[in-house]
Design a protein. Structure first.
Length: 341
């Protein structure tokens, strides 16, 4: 057995990575250079090669189209929006902060622990796809939310958000510091709840920039923006992968990506954010926080942009989700080494 990523049963001091939050990881081997030990479960050899070369891969029907439809219906219901009455999508509301307003514009749905959300997380095909890209079986799932983005007009117009010349840009950005001597590793994913339509906006990325990143970087100034690429889109085109409801798209944090605005007249784009990372079972505080969030439906604490619903918090709407054996381990409630916690 080689030592690339089969590390979860070793002592923490022997593991070839470090992570403080279960989101970004430092490791000697970048995922694009990963040599597989485990046999592929979901991805084909061609898909795995494309993942390494282009920074993303699409897994068809990771969840069923019916499951995606139920999640889409839940996203509407949770926010009190009527899919048949567009006027309900833009009702005026008070915002707790500028961040709260920005999240509304971007279409975030502040639900994290509903049973339907957990049903996706603990689906075997979803888990097996992340095992393929990490070459690791002992994973934790991110406790993330949904997104439902109607046309970006009126009080959902992106013009309401101040533009900046550097740093995060919703249109195209990296999720990690690409100027670091050892770039952090991060893997993210989205499950499509609607089919991709050209004018509905949605995930876009620059796979050619990912493939030729070292070559591109060599010609950039030392003080370039670590998070916003200034690449020429003629030579490094931005593409929008086609997704059907239920498809899972997994992407590398080193892939420049973003979300295009919804310019349609009345269409809606919706996804579930869902990713998995190597478990940090010795990180007791993080594990307890994750389990407590599931048990009490408290808003997860791993990211300052997770706010919880301002009108009726999800803890006041329904109880904890039922977890299967896989879900218990993906949360951290049960140990991957067989010890129940």
């Amino acid at each position: 057995m080689t030592t690339h990523h089969r590390f979860l049963h070793r002592a923490a001091s022997e593991r070839p990575y470090f992570s403080a939050d279960g989101e970004t990881y430092l490791a000697g081997t970048q995922l694009r250079h990963l040599t597989k030990d485990l046999p592929l479960r979901v991805l084909s050899e061609e898909q795995f090669a494309s993942w390494r070369n282009h920074g993303y891969v699409v897994v068809p029907e990771a969840i069923s189209p019916d499951a995606a439809k139920l999640l889409l219906e839940f996203a509407w219901e949770f926010q009190g929006l009527d899919p048949q009455r567009p006027e309900t999508w833009y009702e005026e509301r008070a915002f707790r902060s500028d961040l709260d307003r920005d999240l509304f514009v971007y279409g975030f749905v502040e639900a994290y622990q509903h049973q339907l959300i957990w049903d996706s997380r603990q689906t075997r095909r979803v888990y097996d796809a992340f095992v393929d890209v990490w070459d690791c079986e002992e994973l934790w799932v991110t406790l993330d939310r949904l997104n439902l983005n109607p046309p970006n007009v009126r009080n959902r117009s992106r013009s309401l958000i101040d533009t900046t010349d550097e740093g995060f840009d919703i249109e195209l950005h990296w999720d990690v510091d690409t100027t670091a001597s050892v770039p952090p590793q991060r893997v993210q994913g989205i499950v499509a709840l609607t089919d991709t339509e050209p004018d509905h906006g949605g995930f876009q990325c620059s796979p050619e920039l990912f493939r030729r990143f070292d070559e591109w970087k060599a010609g950039q100034p030392a003080d370039r923006d670590p998070f916003r690429p200034g690449a020429d889109r003629t030579g490094f085109p931005v593409v929008r992968p086609s997704l059907s409801a239920g498809d899972l798209l997994i992407f590398n944090g080193m892939l420049a990506h973003g979300v295009a605005p919804n310019t349609s007249a009345d269409g809606v784009r919706a996804v579930q954010y869902l990713s998995m990372m190597p478990a940090l079972e010795e990180h007791g505080e993080l594990r307890r926080s994750r389990v407590e969030s599931w048990r009490t439906l408290s808003t997860p604490e791993w990211n300052a942009t997770l706010l919880g619903d301002a009108v009726t918090h999800e803890s006041l709407r329904y109880g904890p989700a039922e977890l299967n054996g896989l879900g218990r381990r993906l949360l951290g409630l049960d140990s991957w080494q067989g010890r129940t916690r």
